[in-house]
Design a protein around this ligand. Structure first.
Ligand code: BGC
Length: 240
């Protein structure tokens, strides 16, 4: 275990970002400053709760003592349960992740959709703000004046030719269509979501945001992969 956290402002948050390809962990002080490196381990295959929790246990041993936990999960979350998990093993459906982690780690846990956590770390809290994360899946989170509209799953919404947004813009789409076409599709999606949601600002995050090769309009910005973890402190503020 890494050194003590006693000299840093508490509460210390253990921020966990669960992804379809990788799982990340970081300790943050009360102001949201990182106290550790961002640790990453590949998501086990099959991506079952048992194997993934064991991998998280192992990474957690590298992190100093924390007071509470924030988790971003790639699926719909209700009442601490994971209701969908499109890019993980189906045994996640209905899994009581919050209670399981609270018992396992003996710490209070807040749990939310991964794009929502990322959004909490990035938004201004003014107007209509949409966050899209470009990773294994396509994450989406919509905020009005800083309030999350829970449960938006734009990634699974039909879009072009009977395919979903995620089919085009998720990892499978990037692989299938190549970087050039994927970028054109992303430009199209920006226009489409502007017409659908009339957002004031759009944030693009996730591991594949680095593949964007066109000039973004001034009201669209990219956010760092670390925001997926930094949002962990804000999650406690909003859900606290
Ligand atoms: C899931 C979303 C998630 C996104 C990014 C989608 O397949 O349905 O809940 O936010 O992937 O991980």
């Amino acid at each position: 275990m890494a050194s003590t956290t006693s000299r840093f402002p508490h509460p210390i948050t253990l921020a966990v970002d669960i992804g379809g390809t990788g799982m990340k962990l970081m300790a943050l002080d009360a102001r949201g400053n990182p106290l550790t490196e961002r640790l990453r381990t590949p998501t086990p295959n099959p991506a079952t709760p048992g194997l993934m929790l064991a991998a998280l246990d192992k990474m957690r041993k590298e992190i100093p003592k924390c007071d509470r936990v924030s988790v971003g999960f790639p699926g719909v979350i209700k009442q601490g349960k994971t209701l969908t998990a499109a890019n993980l093993h189906p045994s996640w459906v209905g899994f009581p992740l919050r209670n399981t982690l609270e018992k396992r780690w003996q710490l209070p846990v807040h749990l939310a959709n991964d794009a929502a956590v990322q959004g909490y770390g990035a938004i201004s809290g003014r107007g209509v703000e949409l966050v899209l994360t470009l990773g294994t899946g396509l994450g989406s989170a919509l905020f009005t004046d800083g309030h999350l509209c829970p449960g938006l799953e734009l990634g699974h919404h039909p879009w072009l030719k009977g395919n979903t947004y995620e089919d085009f813009l998720g990892r499978r789409g990037l692989k299938k269509f190549g970087k050039k076409r994927w970028n054109r599709l992303l430009e199209k999606a920006i226009t489409q979501t502007a017409m659908t949601f009339n957002w004031d600002r759009l944030y693009l995050g996730g591991g594949n945001a680095k593949e964007i090769n066109f000039k973004l309009p001034s009201y669209v910005s990219t956010i760092s992969n670390e925001d997926g973890l930094f949002g962990g402190v804000a999650l406690w503020r909003f859900q606290g």
